[in-house]
Design a protein around this ligand. Structure first.
Ligand code: NAD
Ligand code: UDP
Length: 332
């Protein structure tokens, strides 16, 4: 909502983990939200609480396909913002159908960029720290061009996002759309899918259910985990920023830790007796990752405010509820 005007916002990927939190925040802010999602990795339960919300609409559709007519026919000035979060984000999920992953980023972004061109909406691409690949520069600053293996199993995602970034900035350069690109670093929180294969969802689910905790490699690789509410605030701040931007903007939490440290923290917080087991390190798994967020701080006045322990408490509570619900026996 700005100056009493209700925004019309399209969220592609709105039934996913981050997207559903973004839809909640946009609705809380007074916007009308249209979600487009093919439910490939997203779930209706993430948005079930919005079923009766008059300002929310879900359209089941793949962004590779033409934009649904209900949205495409909206004319100039009718759509304010288009967030493109549609894309499987977990390595096992995006590698399950690499061709679809690549096309989602490239063709899907093109369809949504063209929608922005015809409606005058501002476009935001949810890009990723994976554009830095296995980084030689540390921490990663937006001016670093990255170290991506273009032929490896992660390429469908990394190179797809890099191509989507290129396309996005080409639309901006030629004056066809106003754009924002967020390079998102590892994000966690409630509504991650328990079986998505990411480290936080795996480790918390394993700890809560008493199963073995899988550490890939020796666990010395690092990541920097951002709580989902902080990320959503950053995405909205970036989208709404009216001044010029020099390029993409890193969004993440600079608090870097080793995977083994994350595991120890989750074990201590849950009091779980789960054993730690070692599994092979996936091909091209980045050794370390930490965002330099100076640009977001300076240009958007944004920085994450949730410390890891607080964020993990909320995440553990949510996964514990999920686990108990799934295992609840119907009353006799
Ligand atoms: P997610 O898998 O939970 O959500 C992605 C959503 O997009 C799902 O609802 C899925 O069904 C939908 N989707 C996938 N392909 C689609 C297609 N072709 N057409 C329509 N819908 C499609 O993942 P997430 O963690 O919520 O990630 C959201 C976005 O943020 C993704 O674009 C991801 O690349 C980016 N990102 C996330 C992280 C993270 O740590 N969560 C890090 C970097 C970037
Ligand atoms: N990882 C792990 N155990 C798991 C899942 C992942 O040790 O059960 C590791 C993975 O190899 C990587 C890190 O945790 O080094 C983060 O993995 P995730 O898939 O969450 O994110 P990404 O690799 O895309 O940053």
């Amino acid at each position: 909502m700005k100056n009493g005007k209700r925004h019309l916002v399209v969220v592609a990927g709105g039934a996913g983990f981050v997207g559903s939190h973004l839809c909640d925040a946009l609705l809380a802010d007074g916007s009308h939200v249209i979600c487009i999602d093919n439910l490939q990795t997203g779930r209706t339960q993430n948005i079930r609480h919005l079923e009766r919300e008059a300002r929310f609409e879900m359209i089941e559709s793949d962004i590779i396909d033409p934009v649904p007519a209900a949205i495409a026919r909206l004319g100039k000035g009718k759509v304010d913002f288009v967030y493109n979060l549609a894309c499987a984000a977990s390595p096992p999920q995006y590698q399950a159908d690499p061709e679809h992953t690549m096309m989602t980023s490239v063709l899907g972004s093109r369809n949504l960029l063209r929608l922005c061109e015809s409606t005058g909406a501002r476009f935001l691409l949810a890009s990723t720290s994976e554009v830095y690949g296995d980084p030689e520069a540390h921490p990663q600053v937006e001016t670093y061009w990255g170290n991506v293996n273009s032929t490896g199993p992660r390429a469908c995602y990394d190179e797809g996002k890099r191509a989507a970034e290129a396309l996005t900035f080409d639309f901006a350069r030629s004056g066809r759309a106003e754009v924002r690109v967020a390079r998102i670093f590892n994000t966690y929180g409630p509504r991650m899918a328990a079986d998505d294969g990411r480290v936080v969802s795996n480790v918390v689910t394993q700890a809560v259910s008493g199963r073995d905790i899988t550490v890939y490699g020796d666990g010395s690789q690092t990541r920097s985990f951002c709580y989902v509410d902080d990320l959503v605030e950053g995405l909205m701040a970036l989208m709404r920023h009216d001044g010029g931007l020099p390029g993409p903007v890193n969004l993440g939490n600079p608090n870097e830790l080793m995977v083994s440290e994350l595991v120890e923290l989750v074990l201590a917080m849950t009091g779980s007796a789960s054993k730690i087991v070692s599994r092979p390190l996936p091909v091209d798994d980045p050794r370390r990752r930490r965002p330099d967020i100076s640009r977001a701080r300076e240009m958007l006045g944004w920085a994450p405010s949730t410390d890891l322990k607080t964020g993990l408490e909320a995440t553990i509570a949510w996964f514990t509820d999920e686990f108990e619900r799934a295992n609840a026996r119907p009353a006799a």
